[in-house]
Design a protein around this ligand. Structure first.
Ligand code: FES
Length: 146
């Protein structure tokens, strides 16, 4: 049921790990299954993504889509990275079973959250980037508040 590319990225995920002093870090959770993803971006002064790493407590499809997503954003500028959608990631993997499509959202959302973090730290606005709704820390804060 999984394509060869999905199996390859699941068994040999690219860019697993973390980046010390990352330019931006994004952590998101998937409301449907409770899985969690964190993305680290290293962005240079020309707004090019020099390096990207991820960590996940997620299923195989989340690992494969995150691995592919990190490959797709590496070397891109921040606007190009913003346009890497979960659909593009799924296409690059030759598709996912319908029941696993939601897993591919984790990587897209975590990249957006990391870009948001980068923008906040640098006092800039990235056109088309909205404040991530599923930031885990924010949810925790909200839970504490109520
Ligand atoms: Fe949770 Fe796939 S089942 S990310």
């Amino acid at each position: 049921m999984y394509t060869e590319k999905v199996m390859d990225h699941f068994e040999h995920p690219r860019n697993v790990g973390e980046i010390e002093n990352a330019s931006g870090i994004g952590t998101v959770g998937n409301a449907k299954c409770g899985d969690i993803m964190r993305i680290y971006l290293d962005i240079d002064e020309n707004q090019i993504i020099q390096d990207v790493k991820f960590k996940t407590f997620g299923c195989g499809a989340a690992v494969a889509t995150s691995s592919m997503a990190t490959e797709l954003v590496k070397g891109k500028n921040i606007r190009e990275a913003l346009s890497v959608t979960n659909k593009a990631v799924m296409e690059a993997l030759d598709g996912l079973p319908p029941v696993k499509v939601h897993c591919s959202l984790l990587a897209e959302e975590a990249i957006h959250a990391a870009l948001w973090d980068y923008a906040q730290k640098n006092g800039i606005t990235i056109e088309g980037l909205e404040k991530p709704k599923s930031d885990i820390h924010e949810e925790e804060e909200e839970i504490e508040r109520y």
